[in-house]
Ligand binder design. Sequence first.
Ligand SMILES: [Ca+2]
Ligand SMILES: [Ca+2]
Length: 179
Amino acid sequence: MAIRNCWHLFHTFFDANQNGTIDKKDFDMALEKTAKNRSLSAGDAKHKEVQESLSYVWEHLKKVADRDNDGTVSTEEWLKMWDEAISAKQNPPWVDRYQSFLFEAEDVTGDGKVDEQEYTTAYTSYGVAADECKNAFKKLTNGGPDTISKDVFEKRFQEFVTSNDPNAAGNYLFGKASF
Ligand SMILES: [Ca+2]
Ligand SMILES: [Ca+2]
């Protein structure tokens, strides 16, 4: 994966409390953000589903990446996980579930498509500037429909992870329009 994408994913999305490592607390914050964006209350079936997805992602991320078993994933451990995944041409085992979580977190109306408004709302909650989100969404959907389906989302995710082409649309999946 292009190294900038690797760090963008780490610092903007996974290390939610920005303390330089990924641990359970970051996933608790991700749950809070998602509940707020989607107006979910604790006890709702949907809230429970999101919580289960995030636990799954964290448990599997920890299993594959936390080599020294200290309960956190450091930047070195994160990088090593991706290096190995890319060499093996196989996504880490938590990726499918994370994609589904993220897509559903963004698709507020639940119509199976993410539009510019939904994309911007989701990523501004992770601290990406709204203008940057809007520009990134244009690049992400360049030449296609103005919404992202789950299939397209998954294709762009693979580009984000594996492509070294700075013009690949997948670079814009996580709200960053300039590098
Ligand atoms: Ca953290
Ligand atoms: Ca560790």
